[in-house]
Design a protein around this ligand. Structure first.
Ligand code: MN3
Length: 201
């Protein structure tokens, strides 16, 4: 019943030149793999948690025993965040949103360009390591939030439909210290079909 590292849904080099094979290999095979290994080690210390999905664990962190709570938060978060992240990128999906999703983006941010600007700005403003997210509330309204470390908005009752990883490990090989350049380039590999699916589900 241990958690498992999911395979990448495309080749390691599929997102080049935006994200290199080297970055994808390190990011998936080393970083994501370590979150899974460390999450399983934490669950071994609290076997009563073994029946829960990682989503359930992260949604109800206060129910996780204190002795393993930080490990579950960081590594369960790392597992859930990266599993979502791989699916949000593609070499060949829709390159922009349409339909209901585009309407919701326009309603919340004015335009797709304004949305991207605000999302990138939130990613740049995250001090240290973390994520920037597009989240949906219960009424379907969209907003941008940023979380530190491997925290996921589901811990705050929000539903993430898009997220970008602004830890240095996601861009340092390809963009060095230039996080804004990475955030800007990343839109070329976003899988808007998947974002639309997350929005409507
Ligand atoms: Mn990462």
């Amino acid at each position: 019943m241990a958690f498992e590292l999911p395979a990448l849904p495309y080749d390691y080099a599929a997102l080049e030149p935006t994200i290199s094979r080297e970055t994808m290999t390190l990011h998936h095979d080393k970083h994501h793999a370590a979150y899974v290994t460390n999450l399983n080690a934490a669950i071994e210390k609290a076997p009563e948690l073994a029946e829960q999905s990682v989503e359930e664990l992260i949604q109800n962190l206060n129910d996780v025993p204190e002795g393993v709570r930080a490990a579950v938060r960081n590594n369960g978060g790392g597992h859930i965040n990266h599993t979502m992240f791989w699916d949000l990128m593609t070499p060949d999906g829709a390159t922009s949103p349409s339909g209901l999703l585009l309407n919701a983006i326009n309603a919340s941010f004015g335009s797709l360009d304004d949305f991207k600007k605000q999302f990138n700005a939130a990613g740049v403003a995250r001090f240290g390591s973390g994520w920037v997210w597009l989240v949906k509330d219960n009424s379907g309204k969209l907003s941008i939030v940023s979380t530190p470390n491997q925290d996921n908005p589901i811990s705050d009752g929000q539903t993430p439909i898009l997220g970008n990883d602004v830890w240095e490990h996601s861009y340092y090989v390809d963009y060095r210290n230039l996080r804004p350049k990475y955030l800007e380039a990343w839109w070329t590999v976003v899988n808007w079909d998947k974002v639309a699916q997350n929005y409507s589900s």
